[in-house]
Design a protein around this ligand. Structure first.
Ligand code: ZN
Length: 255
C-alpha cells in the first residue's frame, strides 16, 4: 500500500484535476474528495476550500471508522455531528473543519476495494439529476465504455438533506446495490445534487467522472433524436463480464 504522504499527493493531484475550470465539473467551493490511508485514517477535503487550488492543508485527516459509525447511531443535531467530526480528527490541533459530507466519504471508503472518492457537480450530470425524466433516462446503458468504466448501473439516491440524512441514504443504497449487483457501484447519482465516483485509485475516480459526464452528454443528445435506445440487458451483462473488457478495465485502473 502507498505511504500516507503518497496518498495525500495523489489526492491533491486528483482534486486539482477535477477542479480544472475547463472541465466545468465544479465551480467555487463545490465538490469534495477523499482518500483512504494505510492505517485506516482518511483524508477529506476541508470546508471552505476549492478543488482547483487545493494544497495539503486543504485536507483534514480523520479516523474513518468512528466517522462511518455516525450513520448507524441515533439522530444527531448539526452541532453534535460537528463535534463528533472534531473528535475524529487525527490531529486535534488542525483548525480546519472536515467537509459536511465526511460521513458519506467514510462510508464510501469503507466499501471493498475503494481507496479514492471524488464528488462533483458537473453540468451535464445535473441536467440529468434535476430533470423530471431522470428515472427513465438512467434505466438503461447506452454504450460499452460506459459499462466498462462506470459499471453496470449507477446507484441512484433520491434527494435527501445533505449531511447525516444523505449519508444514511447512501449507506442503505450501497447495501441494496451490493444485493442487486454483487459489487460496489462506480457511480452514485444524487438527485438534484451531483455525482460521486468511487475508485480503487485516483485515476480511476477521474476516469469514472469523465466517462459519466460523457454518458450524460450522450444521453442529452439522444433526447434530440427521439430518446435513448438502450443496450439490451443481455448486452449489458455480456460487456460487464467478458474477459477482454475485464482486461481493459484493469488497464484503465493503472493508467
Ligand atoms: Zn455536493
Amino acid at each position: 500500500m502507498p505511504s500516507i504522504e503518497t496518498t495525500l499527493q495523489e489526492l491533491i493531484t486528483l482534486s486539482r484535476d477535477l477542479g480544472r475550470p475547463e472541465r466545468d465539473l465544479v465551480i467555487l467551493g463545490e465538490g469534495n474528495t477523499s482518500a483512504l490511508c494505510e492505517d485506516s485514517t482518511m483524508f477529506v477535503k476541508a470546508s471552505g476550500t476549492q478543488l482547483s487550488t487545493i494544497e495539503a492543508d486543504g485536507f483534514v485527516r480523520v479516523y474513518r471508522e468512528p466517522v462511518a459509525a455516525l450513520a448507524d447511531g441515533g439522530d444527531l443535531t448539526d452541532e453534535q455531528v460537528k463535534n463528533a467530526l472534531e473528535e475524529a480528527k487525527f490531529d486535534k490541533t488542525v483548525k480546519r473543519r472536515p467537509s459536511v459530507e465526511t460521513v458519506l466519504h467514510a462510508l464510501a471508503l469503507g466499501e471493498a476495494g475503494i481507496k479514492f472518492v471524488g464528488h462533483t457537480h458537473p453540468v451535464p450530470v445535473n441536467a440529468l439529476s434535476c430533470s423530471v425524466l431522470v428515472n427513465e433516462a438512467i434505466a438503461g446503458r447506452l454504450f460499452p465504455d460506459e459499462i466498462v468504466v462506470c459499471g453496470p448501473a449507477p446507484l441512484y439516491i433520491p434527494y435527501t438533506d445533505p449531511g447525516l440524512p444523505l449519508a444514511r441514504a447512501v449507506r442503505d443504497g450501497l447495501a441494496a446495490y451490493r444485493d442487486r449487483w454483487a459489487q460496489t457501484p462506480k457511480v452514485i447519482l444524487m438527485q438534484n445534487h451531483g455525482l460521486i465516483a468511487l475508485g480503487g485509485n485516483a485515476s480511476e475516480v477521474d476516469n469514472i467522472t469523465a466517462m459519466y459526464v460523457k454518458t450524460c452528454r450522450v444521453l442529452m443528445g439522444t433526447y434530440a433524436f427521439g430518446g435513448p435506445n438502450f443496450l439490451t440487458p443481455a448486452n449489458v451483462r455480456r460487456i460487464h463480464t467478458r474477459p477482454d473488457e475485464l482486461y481493459r478495465r484493469q488497464q484503465l485502473k493503472v493508467s
